[in-house]
Write a protein that binds this ligand. Structure first.
Ligand code: NOJ
Length: 767
């Protein structure tokens, strides 16, 4: 019965609108591009298009399928290539993901535009997370630069390459804050801090989107995962999230709000439940906050299959209920659950959801398509010549190299073991990662080809004044694996170590390329151990016995617990996964052609048992050791409370001193903080000067410190510069437990320096 009645409605609607439809199709496609930039004109066009769309066509716009060759989630049961082509021709697909290449996209777009009744173009999405073909450092590494311009540039070149390859929309930036390095996806975010994370999220949005979405050099961005995904219990991906209102409003939501305020085109919701309600069906998040309070006018896409997964959460009993609740909660587009296309028409016909909700979702989706210029020229992003000249071009390579150098963090440099002399040294390079050309590309670089990164060994070749010996040593990982399989780590075979030890005895310095492979972090790759994987710890200790001049080049997608290395190894450089130009960037830093300037965006714990350990924790009722042998205070009995390396920490080949801190309250709720930084070492260097506040007493307890400003300062040897940072209500206030932003009178402390544990302190009072 239902099927018949739906069929009749569809036929009637098509008959009554078909002549309009063809006119609309022509007019929309011929529209002047300057018209499209005017909001009102776009709104009028959306309304007229909506007026001639059938219910099925509307629902089609809300339906997103993956392409025919890639999946970035569990493969769906249905949706074979033939079915998808069929659905596409019927106008039942509004968007596709995982389709790339100017020619391939053109072929699909041609069907959407020329063979469907209304000719509405597809929006093509792809995970352009830290680069497309040419890859930047993983986002966590980029964040260590604290360099918003470089980060924006990195997103800009990623967008350029992706747009040239037919892509309109990236599922980035991920603005999830996380305090748990066990969570594999910390590699994809900006770390643990809301203030830094918000600034970086905005820089990425601006880089991807530019100031004109319709340019063939830009793509739409997507703030994800809304919300709470980074707070998965025990750091296990997709796990339950249960957080209080204060954490939700002050830590989790602000980067999303910043992205929304910056004009991000889309949001993606999240796999997790938040306080008992799956984020995908969470109307408080999507309707009340995002589309209500924040007035967001773009659209929300579900995460891969997350509408369907509400059944697994046991929040709904049927796919139809899942579709209904997701829609009611404000999820506009269904990524790969296939539930909207299956159930929404019935839900509307049975008056279970109103057509108004469908229209709202469709309008949002069409709005972004119009803004992208897809109605002006659906093939704008499908020019193979532009694709060819853009991908891997010099400016793109330069941007990712610059980003890679700025992302490296010098964690230890005892006796100034670094930088190395450029000649006369016997350098022993150890570890499979030193020759690896795939792992440096990181986990989330779907568009890049394996084996395209500059390896460490290749990067070192430029510095040919030294003698190099490379010995791989004990195998670290099995190279015979492919995405998305789990990587196999060698946990017991130390063969090859003796050869390294003998060579180490004759070397002047040993460079240990150790740490994680890129496929140990990322989605679905949470870990309960975050020390050096496999046999590396044991190997490192043995090598160190043979030669103390060791530099650990730490490859990692998350903070690692390297307590032993910190106590023993003289030089430690955090080289993350640095992307296409990895080897060149690391070599430049090893030899001092770039003086490292990165600062950690996430705390490194001493052991996994300290997690979550983060700088902006609360005081608790028992914060301090009352007497040396006291027991009853907030601590562990087997390890101290201090992390291995705090948030904001990072060394340089030069040194900096901070002085002359001045704090002036210039007017109500406005404070000017100034201080001086001097380069007290012998080399030119760059410092990330950081400002933290403590709101001493709050009606909701406040963290011990909160980052509220920072500035990048370049200084020649002996040079001094004055830094001035303004604190306004935005920095001085916080969200109370009702979600209202308030500024409270009272005492504040200010701390400035080169790390979150800096001791240079000032004060002010608000009345
Ligand atoms: C699942 C991930 O959680 C999300 O971030 C990604 O964008 C989608 N898959 C699409 O690949």
């Amino acid at each position: 019965m239902k099927i018949i009645s739906r069929f009749i409605i569809v036929v009637l609607l098509s008959i009554s609108t078909s002549s309009f439809a063809f006119k609309a199709k022509e007019n929309l496609h011929k529209a002047d591009s300057t018209d499209n930039k005017t909001v009102n004109i776009i709104e009028t066009k959306i309304d007229s298009l909506l007026g001639i769309m059938t219910l099925e066509e509307k629902i089609g716009q809300m339906n997103q399928y993956t392409g025919f060759w890639d999946v970035t989630g569990p493969a769906p049961k249905e949706g074979s290539a033939a079915t998808k082509y069929d659905d596409l021709r019927k106008g039942l697909i509004g968007s596709m993901l995982n389709v790339t290449g100017a020619e391939q996209v053109r072929a699909l777009q041609k069907i959407a535009v020329e063979e469907t009744r209304l000719g509405i173009p597809l929006i093509i999405g792809f995970d352009v997370i830290h680069g497309y073909k040419t890859v930047s450092p993983i986002p966590l590494a980029e964040s260590a630069s604290w360099d918003l311009e470089a980060i924006k540039k990195s997103a800009e070149v990623a967008a350029l390459e992706a747009a040239a390859s037919g892509i309109n929309w990236t599922f980035a930036p991920m603005v999830d804050i996380s305090r748990d390095p066990r969570w594999g996806r910390v590699m994809e975010g900006a770390g643990e801090d809301t203030y830094l994370g918000s600034k970086i999220g905005v820089a990425r949005v601006m880089g991807f989107q530019g100031d004109d979405l319709s340019s063939k050099r830009t793509i739409a961005a997507c703030a994800k995962h809304f919300a709470g995904y980074g707070f998965a219990e025990s750091g296990k991906d997709y796990n339950t999230v249960d957080v209080g209102t204060s954490t939700l409003f002050n830590i989790i939501l602000p980067p999303f709000k910043a992205a929304s305020d910056a004009g991000v085109a889309t949001f993606m919701n999240s796999f997790n439940e938040l306080n008992g309600i799956p984020a995908t069906g969470n109307s408080f998040l999507q309707r009340d906050i995002l589309k209500g309070k924040w007035n967001f006018d773009g659209f929300v896409v579900s995460d891969w299959g997350s509408i369907m997964e509400m059944l697994n959460h046991r929040y709904v009993a049927t796919g139809k209920d899942a579709a209904e609740l997701a829609l009611l909660a404000g999820s506009d587009m269904d990524m790969e659950s296939h539930l909207y296309i299956e159930h929404i028409a019935d839900l509307v016909e049975n008056n279970e959801v109103s057509i108004g909700l469908i229209d709202d979702a469709v309008k949002r989706i069409l709005r972004i398509k119009f803004q992208l210029g897809l109605f002006d020229d659906p093939y704008r992003y499908c020019d193979p010549n532009f694709e060819k000249e853009t991908i891997g071009s010099r400016p793109v390579q330069d941007a990712v190299l610059d980003m890679a150098k700025k992302s490296i963090v010098l964690l230890k440099n005892e006796g100034n073991i670094l930088p190395l002399e450029k000649s006369g040294l016997n350098v022993l390079v150890v570890g499979q990662l030193a020759r690896d050309k795939t792992s440096p590309l990181g986990n989330w670089r779907l568009g890049a080809d394996n084996g395209t990164a500059v390896s460490l060994l290749e990067g070192l070749q430029k510095y040919d004044g030294n003698n190099y010996t490379f010995i791989e040593g004990p195998k670290m990982f099995d190279e015979e694996f492919s995405f998305p399989k789990e990587i196999k780590i060698n946990n017991n075979d130390l063969s090859g170590l003796q050869e390294v030890i003998s060579a180490a005895r004759n070397a002047d310095v040993v460079l240990l390329a150790f740490g994680e492979h890129a496929f140990q972090s990322g989605e679905g790759r949470s870990q309960s151990h975050i020390s050096l994987p496999g046999v590396q710890q044991e190997a490192m200790e043995e090598i160190y016995k043979a030669n103390k001049n060791v530099v650990l080049l730490l490859h990692n997608g998350r903070p690692l617990a390297i307590d032993w290395a910190d106590k023993n190894i003289p030089g430690i450089l955090d080289v993350w996964q640095l992307g296409t130009q990895s080897g060149n960037a690391i070599a430049e830093v090893i030899y001092g052609d770039y003086n490292p300037s990165g600062k950690l965006p996430m705390t490194f714990p001493k052991s996994v048992g300290q997690i979550p350990v983060y700088y902006n924790h609360k005081s608790t009722g028992r914060p301090k050791l009352p007497a040396p042998d006291e027991v009853f205070w907030s601590h562990y009995t087997d390890i101290d409370n201090e992390p291995l390396y705090p948030f904001g920490y990072g060394l340089s080949y030069t040194t900096f001193s901070y002085s002359n801190l001045n704090v002036d309250k210039v007017e109500k709720n406005k404070v000017t903080v100034s201080f001086e930084i001097k380069n007290t070492g012998k080399r030119e260097g760059r410092e990330v000067a950081q400002l933290y506040i403590q709101d001493v007493v709050g009606s909701v307890t406040r963290p011990v410190r909160e980052l509220k400003g920072f500035e990048l300062v370049n200084l020649k040897s002996n040079e001094t510069k004055k830094v001035t940072i303004q604190l306004t209500e935005n920095e001085l206030g916080f969200y109370n437990n009702d979600g209202n932003f308030i500024v409270e009178p009272g005492d504040f402390k200010v701390f400035v320096g080169g790390s979150s544990n800096t001791q240079l302190e000032g004060a002010f009072k608000l009345d």
